[in-house]
Write a protein that binds this ligand. Structure first.
Ligand SMILES: NC(=O)c1ccc[n+]([C@@H]2O[C@H](COP(=O)([O-])OP(=O)(O)OC[C@H]3O[C@@H](n4cnc5c(N)ncnc54)[C@H](OP(=O)(O)O)[C@@H]3O)[C@@H](O)[C@H]2O)c1
Length: 246
């Protein structure tokens, strides 16, 4: 790993928003350490800036602890400048029915909360010391669904994201003592594998009249990890094309 460069850890980098974020940070000259259950596309693995990808299941605390340990070995005492808690899960029923409080398996809520909420808490704690060294920035990827009823996102997902928004506020307060900033990015409808054909019907409710791209989210994450946002902490930035206004 090149020590003159800044380093960011990004979860859920195998596709979608996490992958676009990893590509953007690499373009801007950062070292990247990533995880997801699957590997990353071959061409990414060959880029020397993508120093480490560690296959990890964030729903399994043992696998998550192994990620913290291996990523810390890769850092080898170097400072960490960014942690992007991006990996997320939005389960649907086989019939595309919205998973609510009255239907579906309640035990499934635990997995959703492990990935969408507890993983961000556990990783932020695990990397707190390295982030302190780098006067780093944590970015949690929340959701528009954490703030109001969404027609397709299920209740467990939406509530886990609301909890992640609240966690961002609490962490911003506590991590300030470590000189670490903590913010969130709340996407609306972003074209990734999380989006299903029925989401097209939502476009007329988006003032900018289009879905967002993973890159639209990545550039906002980058801003929050850059020196341009040095005095910004405890904030959640909407990347929704204005959809949250309704
Ligand atoms: N797309 C949207 O419209 C939208 C809107 C609001 C918020 N978000 C949020 O944005 C984030 C990224 O979503 P996306 O749309 O890019 O989704 P995506 O395309 O489904 O990608 C999700 C990423 O999370 C990883 N992941 C899922 N379960 C994991 C696990 N158990 N352990 C480790 N990694 C895991 C996946 O990798 P593997 O499958 O390889 O493990 C993948 O890299 C999520 O937090 C999501 O809630 C998305």
């Amino acid at each position: 790993m090149e020590t003159d460069k800044k380093t960011v850890i990004i979860t859920g980098a195998s596709r979608g928003i996490g992958h676009a974020t990893a590509m953007l940070f690499m373009e801007r000259g950062w070292n990247i350490i990533t995880c997801s259950r699957e590997g990353v596309p071959d061409e990414c693995g060959r880029d020397p800036n993508w120093t480490t990808h560690i296959p990890t299941d964030l729903s399994d605390p043992e696998s998550l602890n192994n990620f913290i340990s291996q990523a810390s070995d890769a850092l080898d005492g170097a400072p960490l400048h960014g942690l992007v808690n991006n990996a997320g899960l939005s389960p649907k029923t086989p019939y595309k029915e919205r998973l609510g409080c009255l239907n579906g398996d309640i035990d499934a809520w635990h997995e959703v909360f492990e990935i969408n909420f507890f993983a961000a808490l556990r990783l932020s704690r695990g990397f707190a010391s390295a982030l302190h060294k780098g006067k780093g920035s944590i970015v949690n990827i929340t959701s528009i669904a954490g703030h109001s009823i969404h027609p397709f996102a299920g209740s467990a997902y939406s509530i886990s994201k609301a909890a992640l928004s609240a966690l961002t506020r609490e962490m911003a307060n506590e991590f300030a003592a470590l000189e670490v900033r903590v913010n969130a990015v709340a996407p609306g409808e972003i074209e990734t594998s999380m989006i299903q054909p029925e989401y097209e019907a939502l476009i007329p409710r988006i003032p900018l009249e289009r879905m967002g791209s993973p890159r639209d989210v990545a550039t906002t994450v980058y801003y929050l990890c850059s020196d341009d946002s040095n005095y910004v902490t405890g904030t959640e930035i909407w990347v929704t094309g204005g959809q949250h206004l309704f």
